[in-house]
Design a binder for this molecule. Sequence first.
Ligand code: ZN
Length: 271
Amino acid sequence: MTRLANLDGRAVLVFGDRALDVFEAGGFGPDPMDVLSQWPAFTEWARSVVPAGSPYDPALLGPPVPRPRQVFAVALNYPPHAAEAGFEPPSDPLVFTKFPTCIAGPDETVELPGDRVDWEVELVAVIGRGGHRIGADRALSHVAGYMVGQDLSERRVQMLGEPPQFSLAKSFPGFGPIGPHLVTEVAPDASITCLLGEEVVQKASVADMIFGVPSLVARLSAVCPLLPGDLIFTGTPAGVGNRRTPPRYLTTDDVLTSRIDGLGELRTRFR
Ligand code: ZN
């Protein structure tokens, strides 16, 4: 299993508490986007690397994929979340975009643009090898790996019109924290958790998704050619703030922790 991270703008392999500079050790990068564009050759090299490197400061970790060209996101992909939002589980994925300027690192302070900002912990899949019209049976060979993601959402902007709109409301600066590392494997039944302070507000298994990653890659690439470094936010489980009674939104006093077993966690603060 390979763990790729962005340490102060440079691609590193992470081994426990040590980081190995990918450009110095293997000649890939140093920009993480360049590593992704050479993904098949990079992974072949990375599998042969003997764990090494130096202790590093996790506060210097940036988004493992800092400048994705396309960021797909899927709504209502867990049946209990579809139910809390008042919908039947969809028969086809409901897709929107998070505009790529919203991407942020695993430990950041995000400006709240209003008083209706909500949390959505999500599994994020990263495209390694691009392709168009990828079959579901081959889809995973196009996936570089997985990260934890937060699909932060400003519900007032989302609900401005009828029907609601997703992309703008979910694209303020900092609204797409990802990381802490890009990991090449995730357990099919990994648990996915979101905590507000100490309180668990979302908890599910990624196995509960209606459309799994292979199906999403096939359905998205049936329309859009997928490019190295593209992200797929795969949807959030039940437990978002605007469906609570009374509704609960993020404040400057909150610390939001987003966690997936085996992938690590994001810590997001607000100002
Ligand atoms: Zn979402």
